[in-house]
Design a protein around this ligand. Structure first.
Ligand SMILES: [Zn+2]
Ligand SMILES: [Zn+2]
Length: 156
């Protein structure tokens, strides 16, 4: 399967590392990378954040591959949350915010997590990057690997 990567211009430096991590872990090939900036209709002036589900919906207009990942540099939220690192829809795509992650290592780990959701993986209680992260420390603590049961479930 091929994955298309969209990114805010300021996230360009993370694209290569994310692509190779996705190739290594899931065997995903890169379809094409394109600059794509967040759009103002997805902005909540009240929250000063972007609505992740609205961004994800917008991505359908530009997406050419089966699945896609969009790296954005703005803070994002989903319904009933104060913020999210990423937001995914199965068999479709995900938005990942680098706003709070700020390190190549953590960005790759959460990219692997969100793409795991695209590929149908749920949250996992093992020592595994599919573990749910409520805060930055959670992201730091979990390993950059998929546990055996998630590996099996993802077909990786
Ligand atoms: Zn998750
Ligand atoms: Zn797992």
């Amino acid at each position: 399967m091929r994955i298309q990567i969209f990114y805010s211009k300021s996230c360009e430096r993370y694209v290569k590392g994310v692509c190779s991590a996705l190739g290594e872990v899931y065997g995903l090939r890169n379809y094409k990378n394109d600059v794509l900036e967040v759009i103002s209709p997805s902005y909540s002036a009240e929250r000063k954040q972007y609505d992740a589900s609205s961004l994800l919906e917008y991505m359908s207009r530009v997406k050419q591959a089966d699945i896609a990942l969009w790296l954005v540099d703005k803070d994002i939220y989903a319904r009933n949350t104060s913020y999210v690192f990423g937001y995914a829809a199965e068999n479709y795509g995900a938005v990942l915010s680098t706003y709070r992650l700020r390190s190549e290592d953590l960005i790759q780990k959460e990219a692997l997590h969100e793409v795991g959701h695209i590929l149908g993986l749920a949250h996992c209680g093992n020592r595994c990057f599919m573990r749910f992260s409520n805060c930055l420390e959670d992201v730091r603590m979990k390993p950059m690997r998929l546990c055996d049961s998630c590996k099996k479930a993802s077909g990786a």
